[in-house]
Design a protein around this ligand. Sequence first.
Ligand SMILES: *Cc1c(COP(=O)(O)O)cnc(C)c1O
Length: 475
Amino acid sequence: MNYLSTRGDATPRKFCDILLEGLAPDGGLYLPEGYPQIDAATLAVWRRVHDEQGYAALAFEILSLYIDDIPADDLKAICAKTYTPEVFGNKVIVPLKQLQDGFYLEALSNGPTLAFKDMAMQLLGNLFEYELARRGQQLNILGATSGDTGSAAEYAMRGKKGIRVFMLSPHGRMSAFQQAQMFSLQDENIHNIAIEGVFDDCQDIVKAVSNDLAFKRQYNIGTVNSINWARLLAQVVYYFAGYFQATASNAETVSFTVPSGNFGNVCAGHVARMMGLPIRQLVVATNENDVLDEFFRTGVYRVRAAADTHETSSPSMDISKASNFERFVFDLLGRDGARVKALFGESLAKAGSFDLSGDEAFKQAASRYGFVSGKSTHADRLATIRRVFKEHGLMIDTHTADGVKVASEYVQPGVPMIVLETALPIKFAATIVEALGREPDRPAKFEGIEALPRRVQVMSADAGAVQSLIAAHCG
Ligand SMILES: *Cc1c(COP(=O)(O)O)cnc(C)c1O
């Protein structure tokens, strides 16, 4: 399997060539040159593999179609070590919870940081460690976080050989629980840096350091953001696992609803569907930041300015542009790299938007690719959290609530609807209290984490100082 860029650079690259990279050199995103097609016989085998051998074995089947530069036995061992009941809290790894007949939540948030990002990040940690050892290299991961991504990255990379993490966060601005999750890590290779400023200041520092090419090369600076292909690929697996649990035979179809921000999670659903998984609809659920809902309703993709990006009670979906969306548009436009380059490289840069409403291809977003969308507001989240708790005795988090709200608008008779649960309510306790008048349940392993000793360094918003700190740790 070779990989190419969505903006036309078709230099063939292997999985491990792009594993440690961000954007392609032409500014595009990496995609496989084609999606392996799953015939009925293979799907039948995979159902058996899932039911009899479990999630890790299914992950190996799927990943091995996309990764041909890691020996099969090694890849199998990496999958087995990643998707364990010890790390993900239960044997099924991604169990379904039925709310009503034919309406399910797929639990993706039982990993170390209680959000679905662990599903991909845990695999990435093991792939990185493997590949760096093979190359005899070291990697310094530099990131900025306002919450979920940073903690998922730290818990995936802690204790990994050849990897150091330098994670910037805005001092005093994350929730108490999120701060405790990150800062209580005592691993020597994890460095928490609280920047005196806001999230944008942290991101500016990451950009400044990454743009210092000499420094970047000397210290092998890398990132783990959501455009990484390996993260997306890892997420494809749970669409298959959800399908096998919700259906009794491969003649059935299901729909998925996905709480969306950067379009990474639902893009993995698109890949699964392109491979031949019988998915009827892929329902994109947004909050008040409705860039994606607007596109699927109108054909206009209009990124927002920072000032027009709302701070909501489902903060991990507060995005102004969806960094993975370019991958879907590449497929939608028949893989025309020159056109994608004109849209994302030029129209977006100049006008902040592009318009496909008059394009035949846009009609196919729904008819051929199964995409539909909807949005949800703070009031909807509160009402949905209350309703699900009252009717099913189940507490759901604010992002999952956006999904449940929008999913209920797209339920079709005879087609099971699976909503991806993207976080546990304890991460967003304030809104749960607002909705239900009580604190969310806290998994036992997080009892009292706010009181644990903290390992964090407060620094001013100064890229040079962050560079000195990295250099000091690299001897
Ligand atoms: C990251 C995140 C999302 C959005 O996922 P994308 O892949 O960016 O669309 C939704 N919910 C939670 C809880 C998240 O952490």
